[in-house]
Write a protein that binds this ligand. Sequence first.
Ligand SMILES: C[S@@+](CC[C@H](N)C(=O)[O-])C[C@H]1O[C@@H](n2cnc3c(N)ncnc32)[C@H](O)[C@@H]1O
Length: 290
Amino acid sequence: MDQAERIDLKEEATTDVDNSHICTKATDSTEKHVSAIDPVLLPTNWPTHVKYLTDYAYHPSIAADTLALVQGRRRRKRDQAQDPRSNVDSDEEKPRTEQEQEYDEIPLGDALPGLLPSLSSSSTTTSSSSSDPSSPQYEIRLITSPPTHPVLGSYGLFACTTLRPGTHLLDYISLVAPDAAADPDSDHTLHLHSDLNLDASLQGNHGRFVNDFRGIRSQTQGPNVAWDLYRDTRTGQVRMGCKVLKRIQPGEEILCTYGKAYWKSRGVAAPGPEWEDGWDTDLEDDSDVE
Ligand SMILES: C[S@@+](CC[C@H](N)C(=O)[O-])C[C@H]1O[C@@H](n2cnc3c(N)ncnc32)[C@H](O)[C@@H]1O
């Protein structure tokens, strides 16, 4: 952890006239490595009690083997061993453990650079992400309307630009903790893989602000984004991506499903379909939408 990139940036407010909403724009000059983002660089509406992370933090109780797998170190070692120029010992002759095989099955994907979202798309390999680094794709907003909104007075994540189905928008960055160390009272948890969970209650990124669609979009509309587990092609690190399912207009709230189990564990009925299929099965065909 703590490989956060510091970007010396100045923030300026810009108004999107067409959509009557304000998004925060940022420009960078130099890049350095420090342990955390400077308070002045934090996103608008970022809570003071939460540390902003640009990469995962790992709970000290995670077993060494599991940590090597979830961080991708075990995979990198294997890849290096296959390189004829390398003198790294190969693990290939050793039979794959059940746990290694389980991690091998996680689909590969390209991680977004661990920067603030306003800058994160500048060097991404995903063609579906925004190519304009000075134009953030989303921002945290205090929810003040409509009066029926279930989390009125709390925060949510909102689109600043049009987001197309299939876009890899962000990753849910937080503390990675095993079940045994999970905080049962945390409202900012997401299952990662096996017995590992993501907990962004005290450290995280924009992902922690994505609300559940219930009471905001209809059951027929469903969520407009979905969480998608992947292993970074480059590093082998296991990450939780957020993919756009349906076209999201500027100013629209970015909403996922927490799953029925989340609400059931909190004594809340969650009617309607499960909405927990893979993100690509619910992907809207955007080809004829203008
Ligand atoms: C990950 S947080 C979402 C961000 C939160 N609004 C904030 O400002 O930190 C999850 C919590 O937000 C609230 N929440 C999110 N979506 C909701 C919904 N559709 N209906 C009711 N509460 C919701 C619940 O209290 C839930 O435990």
